[in-house]
Design a protein around this ligand. Structure first.
Ligand code: FAD
Length: 470
């Protein structure tokens, strides 16, 4: 008899609560259900698909060392999961299936359906909190409500960290051989473009190397360098967090090892980075609390009365990096070429789509998911609704980034723009932020598709009208 570990977005052997608990309770076999139609429905990018496939292969090698065979099973979508898992449980004589919780609505419903069906065959689904440092629902206001303001959430999170944060776990010890072989043949069905694997190599070791390199180096200057897209001032670990090759618990432990476990003293670079980990946590807790965030609804429901536009030509110009605003276009090309975009640029481009072109934030959210190697519903939705002023603790609608000023401030020499817009490489560091019509024509570069001042005035008016009685 073997129990089962069901791997989901937790593709690692270190610090994996479900794997650890399962292996402490007896002999274990691992399964991963690969549902390409579900990936399609959830707009998973080619870069993220490639990373998952490669990560599963490295995970299997890690599990081999523990004598845990991994079987990858093809499924059409979440609807198939209850049948497949109960069939596997019966085949292996399992009494329990262990998994880590996912907080997205479809994923929660899927686990619920799996649990219900398993009960009919006397098998228990045992679930663990994993991707949050503190279980959602445990950081609450005195009135028992979920925090809607980040700074207040952060204060309480830190207050409760010692009491509620889940412990970090080591790699489980090797079990006796099961006599069963791993089977990864289903992975061959996934079309993988090699370029993504070169940009984002898979593996728990790779994820740890990135984390360690960052923590031993750039983290100290993170507060000063994190907004400059032309340099590697941030950790670039988000793809590994998104697939669970790394946990936020591991990241927080690495950061706190530099501050002697304190949140209130230490180098400001470290403390600012810790803030970002808590932002990630904040959006996950909200996603768990408010199902509508998984259902294409704004947090502020009244913002659905805004007359969002659906202009395909303008949308395409944005997506393809042809807006005539160099910083926006360079950022969108970074996204399509590398599957990743710097955080400052995600804010600039998201705000440009929603506040300058006044295009529905949901179209941008979907497009990002289709492109990002680190696509993550909670963080992506949080970032988009922040930028569109429809979300929790979002930017006030009247504070609209001027892309040219942002460009001058965060890419002063135009180094980042030159990297992704070679057609503008010859321009001096003043005009590169806003080429004249003549310069643009000569370089074969687009003219601005929208006038900043006019667009911003109109957007403010629409938002203002929302708050006026109808
Ligand atoms: P670092 O600066 O090194 O930060 C460390 C980690 O903290 C990140 O890996 C991430 O997990 C977390 N983090 C940092 N900033 C944020 C933030 N603002 N919100 C939530 N978590 C944060 N992040 C994703 O992981 N997936 C997404 O799909 C995603 N979409 C976004 C869309 C928009 C419109 C915006 C504005 C932000 C989005 N973010 C998303 C958040 C952020 O841009 C990325 O997490 C960050 O750029 C990843 O780079 P890094 O690993 O070098 O981050």
């Amino acid at each position: 008899m073997h129990n089962i570990v069901w791997f989901r977005s937790d593709l690692r052997v270190y610090d994996n609560p479900a794997l650890s608990a399962a292996m402490q309770s007896g002999s274990v076999v691992a399964v991963y259900l690969l549902a390409q139609n579900q990936w399609h429905q959830h707009s998973l990018s080619p870069a993220k698909r490639a990373l998952i496939v490669a990560q599963i292969k490295t995970l299997s090698a890690q599990l081999d060392k523990l004598n845990v065979p991994l079987k990858v099973i093809a499924a059409d979508g979440f609807n198939d999961f209850p049948d497949i898992l109960s069939e596997q449980a019966l085949k292996l004589g399992a009494s329990r299936i262990y998994c880590n919780i996912e907080y997205e609505l479809n994923e929660k419903r899927c686990a619920q359906a799996v649990s219900t069906q398993l009960k009919t065959v006397n098998v228990e689904l045992v679930e663990f909190h994993d991707s949050c440092m503190i279980q959602p629902g445990q950081v609450r206001t005195k009135q028992g409500e979920c925090y809607k303001v980040y700074s207040a959430f952060k204060r309480e999170f830190i207050e409760q960290y010692g009491r509620f944060a889940r412990p970090i776990l080591n790699r489980p010890t090797q079990q006796s051989a099961t006599g069963l072989a791993s089977d990864l043949t289903v992975l061959e069905e996934v079309a993988v473009e090699h370029k993504w694997l070169e940009l984002w190599p898979a593996g728990e070791d790779e994820a740890h190397d990135r984390l360690n390199t960052f923590v031993e180096g750039h983290i100290k200057e993170y507060d000063k360098k994190r907004d400059i897209p032309s340099i590697e001032g941030t950790s670039q670990i988000s793809p590994y967090l998104a697939i669970g090759a790394l946990s936020t618990t591991q990241c927080m432990h690495a950061a706190l090892s530099l501050t002697e476990g304190r949140f209130d003293s230490g180098r400001s670079g470290v403390l600012v980075w810790i803030n970002e980990l808590i932002w990630r946590e904040f959006y996950r807790h909200l996603l768990d609390e408010y199902p509508r965030l998984s259902m294409h609804k704004p947090f502020k429901l009244d913002t659905d009365r805004l007359p969002w536009k659906y202009d395909q030509a303008l949308f395409n110009a944005w997506a393809e990096g042809r807006t005539g605003y160099p910083i926006v276009d360079a950022a969108m090309r970074q996204l399509s070429q590398t599957g990743w975009m710097h955080n400052r640029l995600r804010m600039i481009t998201a705000m440009f789509l929603t506040k300058h072109l006044f295009i529905d934030w949901r179209l941008g959210e979907k497009y990002f998911m289709e492109q990002l190697v680190d696509g993550d519903l909670a963080a992506n939705n949080g970032g988009w609704q922040w930028s569109a002023s429809t979300g929790v603790d979002a930017v006030p609608y009247f504070r609209i980034f001027n892309p040219t000023r942002q460009s001058q401030r965060f890419d002063p020499n135009g180094d980042f723009i030159r990297r992704y817009l070679p057609e503008l490489a010859a321009l001096d560091s003043k005009s590169i932020h806003q080429p004249s019509a003549q310069q643009a024509k000569k370089a074969g570069y687009a003219l601005p598709i929208v006038d900043h001042a006019t667009a911003v005035a109109q957007t403010k008016l629409w938002f203002k009208q929302l708050s006026e009685p109808t």
